[in-house]
Design a protein. Sequence first.
Length: 502
Amino acid sequence: MPETAQNVDPRRWKALIFIALAQLMVVLDATIVNIALPSAQDALDISDGNKQWVITAYALAFGGLLLFGGRLADLWGRKQTFIVGLIGFAAASALGGAALNSPMLMGARALQGIFGALLAPSALSLLAVTFTDAKERAKAFGIFGAIAGGGGAVGLILGGVLTEYMNWRWTFFVNIPFAIVAAVGAIAVIREPAESRNPAKLDIPGVLLATLGLVSLVYAFTRAESDGWTAGITLGLFVAAVVLLAAFAVVESRVKAPLLPLRVVTNRNRGGVYLALGLAVIGMFGLFLFLTYYMQMVKGYSPVKSGLSFLPMIVGMITGSTQIGTRLMTRVPARMLMGPGFLVAAVGMLLLTQIDLDTSYPLLILPAFLLLGLGMGTAFMPAMSLSTFGIQPRDAGVASAMVNTSQQVGGAIGTALLNTIATSAGEKYGKAHVATAKSPELLKLQSQVHGYTTAIWWAVGILVVAAAIAVTFVNAGRQDGSSAASGSGEGAAEDAIPVMAH
């Protein structure tokens, strides 16, 4: 279309570099601190009971404020919120790296979560409004999808290198150059279409209900992991989350300018993407946690070697996203990439159910990681694109926030659910084999591995369900409709996706 051609930003590919760099910083931060946590705990004398707050403080702030951050991006402009998010994230990281005690560290993590909630939806929505041509959009989201999927594994590698060869503080300080380069680049080259903003008045009741509801939900899963699923505090938080989020849905259906327009989530394709991505992340986050412990505690790998062992997964993700997803996204429907992608990842996960005390890395773990990465990269790429495809530009920020929210809540569920399953299965195994054990140390390792494999079986099932949801709910055709891609027009959000070419 001539009009579209006239509005193409000549600096869009340079902009992609800095958007992707910011996304990498946010995603890898979710796992980079995990490897450094034992060292930070010793250095700052953090108790075992309080160490979870280094992770939880970030998760609560990030997960609870994502929708608010996405709406602010629509209101103020994504470029502005993107830059503010980068600067704030860098400052919070500097505070965390310089932490003198546990409250200072936890406060820094909470600040990282707050600015991350502003930064993450701004990055994805900038991508959505910058790349409107179908083929260019496929390439851009291929790169972005590879980063979104592989960033967590990159965090494990980088965290291992920094912790072993420098110290844990550098897992925070490393964010500062990322943020500075991305912010300077954003100021220089990112141009946001002026007509894409949403000047509607901010929905304060919606902000309060969504934030409190999501914080309650994420914290409920955190407490379930530490206190148990039937503990009073856990059940109370789940009830509070249900009540608050139900009230939020009622409010959003009635206010004139909702925080989350229900048209964003009730669209069959976007709803299917959010649900499928959330489930996939449940399986993946739990896997990262178990395999990090398996590599270091069972196999005896150093932090660096443990992190590098995930490298084939990153290679698989990049290949699946940029070589398979990008090439096929404009040729086949998204469900034909998402469904098979999740199933290939499930096969890789299935191989990992066979790990034991002396499992060969080249013969079993390596091919499993390659399949996991290939499948996830292939599935993530069209999912990330479809989540904002055909959306009205004024809703791009909040739609992008929903992608991050589904992943963040999925990560909290995955960590709590699968860790609980692994711990319970390990304890049962230990009790059942205590009489025949050759040594307490050997039994402890065997129990741990049994717990990991039991939880991985659950992760296999979750990925299969994610594939089924993708195939069943996502009925959009290939993402090559010019009107849909632009997301313009009053009815674009509702009409663009269903009429794409089949």
